[in-house]
Design a protein around this ligand. Structure first.
Ligand code: UDX
Ligand code: UDX
Length: 458
């Protein structure tokens, strides 16, 4: 079969994999190839056991793979053949040198740009999918303009707004697709070509365009606003715990104001994930670079409140359990940074687990999808940690349960059975406010929700 166009994606991660699978699924006339420098990741994409857990992903990968969706490590050939190249390599926070702990580490991105330049024999459209600090496209254009063989590159910014756990739904029915381009004739042509791909399934009025810098900045700002909303509601949980106010009632009341809306108001042990912290710290770094100290401090506060919220959770546990956790067995329900994903990057559970180990508690960790990642995250930590799939087995013999992840399966567990198997007095710290607290109290538990008066038997 001859295809209308060859699309390549560099980086087969949480963003590249699902996004390319959706394009292949919706556009059978395009050939979509995904390359990665990591051969075992590519092997997993080609196996029955995909490298990431995402509801609905399996179905679309299996219906397109080896028809118009291909996973390979052949980067050079992929680049040569492609007319459109999406770049979705990771952009972690720098761990060294200037801007360590804040600025984006752009080494993978630059290597990728140079590789595109080296292997290209014809002109191409380069699409930035990864979240980059503002003006990265400009640097990419500069590298690509070093071309010696008359090839021309148009760089577009097309940030991905999918959230993990709902990636397939977000890709299929996006709130909006944003494309940033130059206003040059070839920039406009490149933009139109990308619009054509998305038009196969996204209504035209949801595909919006802007200049490249607005597009890059919008992604950082979107994540900063989302994280700020959770930090804002979480900041009032401490207040509610000191008074008789109840954070769920407050969230409901403010969420019904149509100017505010009711999403992203679930108070929690803290927000996590690969993007929020990294993107806000990038913004903070850029603000300081431009001398905007007040703006930098404002957004840094969003990250600080999140750290405070995680610390507070552990201090509440310590306080409730008679000021010592040494030798006590604590079961963590969930380790993923949110429900419906096996991803644990920046998960609050990592922070909490480490603090509990510092308090000399013993940990039993359970999670339906994230135990392998949990083992990697806590590898080398000096403490007693067990990993058990079954939540009943995991909580047996424990002094306390701490809910870290909002997995639905935890809501319908048989808590009478769990209570019987635990050490008394038995405690539940619900870091996601998903359980029926009054019922748990009636069973015999001492229950500590977030942002509400605890239910205790003493
Ligand atoms: C996401 C987003 O794409 C990005 O915006 C954000 O900055 C970080 O998170 P994600 O897909 O979740 O990236 O990252 P990851 O799952 O780590 O995937 C990146 C992939 O790129 C990896 O499989 C890695 O092996 C690959 N890669 C990295 C390359 O193929 N080449 C490189 O040079 C570097
Ligand atoms: C986020 C953005 O939502 C997405 O648009 C962007 O492309 C990447 O970053 P993601 O990190 O996958 O997506 O998850 P998200 O659903 O935003 O949740 C982030 C964190 O906030 C999770 O730890 C989640 O549990 C927490 N959260 C979210 C809350 O604690 N309360 C809420 O009400 C909502």
């Amino acid at each position: 079969m001859t295809f209308k166009k060859n699309i390549l994606c560099i980086g087969a991660g949480y963003v590249g994999g699902p996004t390319m699978a959706m394009i292949a699924y919706k556009c059978p006339q395009y050939k979509v190839t995904v390359v990665d420098i990591n051969p075992s990741r590519i092997a997993e994409w080609n196996s029955d056991d995909l490298p990431i857990y995402e509801p609905g992903l399996d179905k679309i990968v299996k219906s397109t793979r080896d028809k118009n969706l291909f996973f390979t490590t052949e980067m050079e050939r992929g680049i040569k053949e492609a007319e459109i190249i999406f770049v979705s390599v990771n952009t972690p926070v720098k761990t060294f040198g200037a801007g360590a702990g804040m600025a984006a580490d752009l080494q993978y991105w630059e290597k990728t740009a140079r590789q595109i330049l080296k292997c290209s024999e014809s002109s191409k459209i380069i699409v930035e999918k990864s979240t980059f600090p503002v003006r990265t496209a400009f640097a990419m254009e500069r590298i690509l303009s070093l071309s010696e063989n008359n090839t021309h590159f148009d760089v577009l910014s097309n940030p991905e707004f999918l959230a993990e756990g709902t990636a397939i739904k977000d890709l299929e029915y996006p709130d909006r697709v944003l494309i940033g381009s130059r206003e040059t004739p070839s920039g406009v042509r490149a933009k139109d070509e990308l619009i054509e791909i998305y038009s196969h399934w996204v209504p035209k009025d949801r595909i919006i365009t802007s200049n490249i810098w607005s597009s890059e900045l919008s992604k950082l700002v979107a994540n900063a606003f989302l994280a700020q909303r959770v930090s804002s509601i979480n900041s009032f949980t401490a207040f509610c715990e000191k008074t008789e106010a109840n954070i769920t009632e407050v969230a409901r009341a403010i969420g019904m104001d149509s100017r505010l809306g009711n999403k992203f108001l679930n108070s929690s042990v803290g927000w996590g994930g690969s993007c929020f912290k990294k993107d806000i710290l990038n913004l903070v770094y850029l603000c300081r670079h431009y001398g905007l100290e007040e703006v930098a401090d404002y957004w840094e506060g969003v990250v600080r409140i999140n750290e405070y919220q995680m610390e507070r959770f552990v201090l509440n546990m310590l306080n409730a359990m008679f000021n010592t956790l040494a030798g006590k067995k604590i079961c963590l329900f969930g380790f993923a940074f949110k429900g419906n994903t096996g991803d644990t990057r920046e998960s609050p559970a990592i922070f909490i687990a480490k603090k509990l180990i510092e308090e000399k508690a013993e940990l039993v960790i359970t999670d339906p999808e994230a135990l392998n990642n949990a083992k990697i995250d806590l590898n080398g930590i000096d403490g007693k940690i067990m990993y058990i799939d079954d939540p009943y087995e995991a909580s047996g013999g424990c002094d306390a349960i701490a809910v870290m992840t909002e997995w639905d399966i935890y809501i319908s567990l048989d808590f009478e059975k769990i209570y019987r198997s635990m050490v008394k007095p038995a405690f539940i710290f619900d870091g996601r406010n998903i359980l029926d607290h009054k019922r748990l109290f009636d069973i015999g538990f001492n229950v500590f929700p977030i942002g509400k008066t605890p239910f205790t038997h003493f």
